[in-house]
Design a binder for this molecule. Structure first.
Ligand code: SF4
Length: 479
């Protein structure tokens, strides 16, 4: 008898060769046929007699009504495919569990903030809490947002019954922003400043141009992102704005200037990073584009971001508005200095995300707008233009070159007109759509990157990469 080892098991071999083949075949079947394979030897040294530990927790039994993705009526919530399960046998909890009571947004005096609600939420509030007919909510919504109405008092709402108006006066509030000041620059651009409820002032800019008027709204008071070329970034972050505070910038501006210049476009490029306040930004866009209200076309609303990847994915899925991405640099070293957020979301993953969420298609309407502020000797060379072309390959896009707007304490200088034009020519020659956004309102500190007021406390300056040190040293400190 010989002894050999196969797969860790010892086998006794018959001595006669004629029996060997049959023996090996049977042994192989024993070892490799799934049904006959002996149980794997555990890698632990625990003796077999020790009972195995329970490694999975017992899953608690879920009822239909407590499952996070199943509504009480049995339909599945938030799934892409609209799957409705076949009727379940009646389950006492599934049919009798009431939806949670609606909790309207309240101010510090306990009054309902009407412009913080969507229309479906307003309907629930009117019906469930005020005990009124549902259609009243739609009437109220139209008084708040129809361009020819834009009511700021309940007394204006002439087709609402007196008793309903009294109820509203007692329990709700229309406006959340107080107009603080209006400044006008030489070129007709206007800056509106608004007081916030608990203190603080935000800025909104109205920019008339040939054939259109654009309103630039703020989504936050200040900004946390500390982009080095932007005054708002240098002021630091105070707080995010509510849905009402965002929408009301448009409503106030329409009331003030609607008869002189119809606002045709809205851009979220004022104070703040919209993606840091995406819930409220999406709700505000919803109110601005609602067919029963402000009726802006989603194609005329642009939300700008410095490139927060998860929020870009969500935005692309949930909104029909345009997306603008602030690029400002074509390599990570430069971008991480100019825009510290790049240390978290670098250029390659950012561009890959954009390729995925805005796939190139025939007749594709939705294009990303890349914003590129032109800084002298920092990002304005022909090599930068070539790199920009390579970087954006595969993303349906247009490029907006932005003239730099100087502010106090800035260490940058803007590129010359000739440099901007040759940068544009190079990219256009390669088939890209490229526009130049020239400064508007910069004499009154209302141009792009000039919003906000520097306080005593400022976020730290980022360390300048050595190869750019010369470009900034002549106009300011190099940190
Ligand atoms: S450019 Fe935009 S994201 Fe950057 S600091 Fe200014 S407001 Fe914030």
């Amino acid at each position: 008898m010989n002894v050999i080892f196969m797969k860790g098991a010892s086998l006794l071999l018959p001595k006669r060769p004629s029996n060997m083949l049959a023996f090996l075949t049977a042994s192989h079947a024993l070892l490799y046929k799934p049904s006959r394979r002996p149980p794997a030897v555990p890698l632990t040294t625990a003796p077999r007699s020790v009972p195995k530990m329970q490694t999975t927790k017992a899953t608690p039994k879920r009822t239909l009504s407590t499952h996070p993705k199943i509504k009480p009526d049995g339909t599945i919530h938030h799934l892409k495919a609209n799957i409705t399960p076949s009727p379940q046998p009646s389950h006492p909890q599934a049919t009798t569990h009431p939806p949670p009571p609606f909790e309207p947004p309240l101010d510090k005096h306990g009054k309902v903030m009407l412009k913080d609600m969507t229309l479906p939420e307003m309907e629930r509030w009117v019906e469930e809490i005020l005990g009124q007919k549902r259609f009243r909510a739609r009437q109220l919504w139209q008084w708040l947002y129809k361009p020819e109405r834009l009511a700021i008092s309940f007394d204006e709402m002439s087709d609402l019954s007196k008793s309903f108006r009294l109820l509203l006066k007692e329990h709700a509030r229309i406006t959340v922003l107080g107009l603080n000041s209006i400044h006008q620059s030489k070129d007709g651009t206007r800056k509106l400043t608004f007081r916030l409820d608990a203190g603080g002032v935000i800025e909104t800019v109205l920019i008339p141009a040939e054939g259109r008027t654009t309103l630039c709204v703020s989504s936050q008071w200040g900004c946390a992102l500390n982009c080095q070329f932007c005054l708002t970034g240098r002021t630091g972050f105070k707080r995010s704005l509510t849905t009402g505070e965002i929408v009301e910038q448009l409503v106030h501006s329409m009331r003030l200037f609607g008869d002189q210049s119809q606002i045709t476009n809205v851009v979220f490029m004022g104070e703040g990073e919209p993606a840091h306040n995406l819930d409220n930004v999406l709700r505000a866009v919803d109110a601005m584009t609602h067919e029963q209200g402000l009726q802006m076309s989603p194609r005329k609303v642009t939300v700008s971001t410095s490139g927060l990847i998860p929020e870009i994915r969500r935005f692309a899925e949930e909104s029909k508005a345009n997306l603008a991405v602030s690029l400002h640099a074509t390599n990570d070293e430069l971008r991480s200095w100019l825009m510290p957020i790049n240390r978290k979301y670098g250029l390659q993953p950012l561009m890959q995300t954009l390729r995925e969420v805005f796939p190139r298609r025939r007749g594709q309407q939705r294009k990303v707008m890349f914003q590129y502020v032109m800084l002298k000797d920092v990002n304005d060379s022909l090599e930068d233009a070539k790199q920009l072309l390579r970087l954006t390959a595969g993303v349906p896009c247009k490029i907006n070159l932005i003239q730099f707007n100087w502010h106090e304490g800035s260490e940058f200088e803007g590129s010359s007109e000739e440099t901007m034009e040759s940068f544009q020519r190079y990219l256009s020659g390669k088939g890209m759509t490229v526009t130049i956004r020239r400064s508007r309102g910069d004499d009154e500190m209302m141009a792009c990157g000039q919003l906000g007021t520097l306080g005593a406390l400022q976020p730290p300056r980022m360390k300048v990469p050595p190869r750019y040190a010369q470009a900034v040293s002549r106009t300011g400190s190099t940190a």
